[in-house]
Design a protein around this ligand. Structure first.
Ligand code: BTN
Length: 259
């Protein structure tokens, strides 16, 4: 893995910074397969082949965004990996509030300010003798309102919300704050079997509970209904024509708020 700078955190966790990457998720997955350590974090100024959820691309202008991924070798069961993405979402919300931004989470893990997307999370797993989980985040930082208006979905950035742009040192500081918060919660997740505290925190920040939503499933099925809750397994509980459906993987669109 090529990098220019590195920042040491606790317990051997390290943030590596590079000017360019194909995709920090792809690079860390490859690094993990070569034996890269848990807690290796790659942050870059620009991705040439950034990946979004559900096979989409994630594009950026150099220096415009926080683009980083964390390499993990989780000890929790595979069906608990969703909680690791949840932890990253919660860590982002709790860090960004110290930057004056009140963000919420659209299920499963988009960060919104109001109805506008500020950040997205992509988790990828390499299954093997010891599974590798790479969890990446892209946060819009320095895009101006006119840059954001060109996108095909409502989006915002830290600069659009606060009026402040972030240079490389600021981005490293933000990355460090997020990763430290994430690590604390990740360590707790690995040492405790209870998920209820985590789900409570997630519910508190949920922008989806209480909304009338359209759920687009990967197989092309699309349904609308009331988003009632997040289950203890992290699924979205949706009431569709008086039936309750637990959704574990889909793209969700907020339509309106239930009365
Ligand atoms: C989404 O579709 O909302 C998820 C976007 C995730 C983008 C980040 S940027 C850093 C990491 N590397 C990637 O290629 N994707 C993730």
């Amino acid at each position: 893995m090529d990098y220019l700078r590195q920042l040491e955190l606790n317990d051997g966790w390290k943030i590596f910074h590079s000017e360019i990457s194909t995709s920090t998720n792809s690079e860390l997955l490859a690094y993990g397969k070569e034996g890269g350590l848990e807690g290796s974090v790659l942050m870059t100024d620009h991705q040439s082949m950034g990946k979004g959820r559900l096979g989409r691309t994630w594009s950026d202008e150099p220096g415009s965004s926080l683009l980083m991924s964390i390499l993990l070798r989780p000890k929790v069961a595979f069906d608990a990996y969703f909680f690791i993405s949840m932890i990253l979402g919660i860590s982002l919300v709790e860090t960004l509030v110290t930057y004056g931004i009140n963000a919420n989470l659209k299920w499963p893990n988009d960060l919104l300010v109001g109805e506008k997307k500020l950040a997205g999370i992509l988790a990828e797993v390499e299954v093997g003798k010891e599974n590798i989980l790479v969890i990446g985040v892209g946060v819009n930082l320095n895009q101006s309102s006119s840059d954001l208006a060109e996108l095909n979905r409502p989006a915002t950035s830290v600069a659009a919300e606060t009026g402040h742009t972030l240079n490389l040192d600021d981005r490293l500081e933000l990355a460090k704050a997020i990763v430290e918060k994430f690590k604390e919660k990740y360590d707790q997740l690995q040492s405790s079997r209870s998920r209820s505290e985590l789900v409570s925190a997630y519910r508190k920040y949920s922008a989806t509970i209480g909304r009338f939503v359209r759920v687009d499933f990967v197989d092309g099925e699309s349904l609308t209904g009331n988003a009632l809750d997040i289950t203890e397994r992290g699924e979205l509980m949706v009431e569709i024509e008086s039936c309750i459906r637990m959704v574990d993987s889909a793209d969700v669109h907020h339509l309106y708020t239930m009365q």
